[in-house]
Ligand binder design. Sequence first.
Ligand SMILES: Nc1ncnc2c1ncn2[C@@H]1O[C@H](COP(=O)(O)OP(=O)(O)OP(=O)(O)O)[C@@H](O)[C@H]1O
Length: 397
Amino acid sequence: MNGPPFPTASVCGLTPEMIHRYSRHLLLPSFGVDGQLNLSKASILVVGAGGLGSPIAMYLAACGVGCLGIVDGDNVELNNLHRQIIHTEAYVGEPKVKSAAATCHAINSTVRVVEHREALLASNALDIMSQYDVIVDATDNLPSRYMISDCCVVLNKPLVSGAALGLEGQLTVYHYNGGPCYRCLFPTPPPATACQRCSDSGVLGVVPGIIGCLQALEAIKVASSIGKPLSGRMLLFDALSGHIRIVKLRGRSLNCDVCGENSMFTRETFQSFDYENFTQSPFFPRITEYKKRVDSSEPHILVDVRPAHHFQITALTNSISIPLSSLKENFAVIDSAMDEIKQGTGLDASIYVICRRGNDSQRAAKLLHENGFSIAKDIIGGLESWAQEIDHSFPMY
Ligand SMILES: Nc1ncnc2c1ncn2[C@@H]1O[C@H](COP(=O)(O)OP(=O)(O)OP(=O)(O)O)[C@@H](O)[C@H]1O
């Protein structure tokens, strides 16, 4: 049939399916086609698929971000489900990243979801984070916060950071358009005792949900270049009173050890930086970390520093008894156990130290560090936390 062709259906760069799916976004004058196009070209990494990470990942998938990365090395537990709404009962015991990716895919199968089933550490962060435009910190521990922020400075990426505990939460955007990084504001870590986790102090499920939604919003604003991201400002939320406040933060510090004008903080500094030692707190609860070592049969030595008569009552399989009082005289025992593992497996063994409640093991780890065993880690909470959190049948005395 001759005659004029039909007018073309779309000239905006979005496919007909995208126009249909995201039509309510497109109708927003402040977001519109440009916002959606920017979002569809952006890649965002969510670190942690827990209470904060759940709504973040779900909203980012739903809203049509181009590529969504999720990194977490943990498995889903039943006591996660009251707040980690991306996971369901069917996934208890399964990797969180697998469960999160399945939910995101079910919400929006057009989004590319990349699964990183591992903990983000200084050893893999440059490699993983360099693949994304925007980083969202949804973790729950101090070493991760410093590590992720430092890596964002090294890679020059914006960071949307949030925290929720108990009935309160907060969020801000770091290292964005000349704004401060985490270290500008907190050059010295707070004492480890000031840093609680949900597993210590509890959390009302909806609180990380609210903060996570706000983090998703900030990530969308940064990725799609709309609005005024919360850089140099921090939003504070108090669930009991319902108050939301925004406080102004100090600007970027020219003397910051990481992003300051004369900073010598390079990729190499980053990779060799000991974040656990700097913050005096572990990335993950030690008892969980130790259980993973056991499950994966990774070579390690477990030194039990309780008095010998305590060790006789009950002890973990394969632990070596060296009471704290005689540790100094027995470094050779640890050396030879490490040599034996090296000869058998070719691998360097890690060293864990345990006691009844975690006090003597802390002293022992310090002593070991001072004497060249810098990889020794004390198991916080000791055998008591093993009995409470890992093996309820362990006979505690
Ligand atoms: N460095 C890291 N790399 C990747 N994921 C991390 C890192 N640090 C923490 N996470 C993850 O961030 C998530 C934080 O979730 P959340 O604060 O809801 O607590 P949880 O650790 O799942 O549970 P609970 O504290 O109740 O035992 C966890 O899934 C944890 O594995």
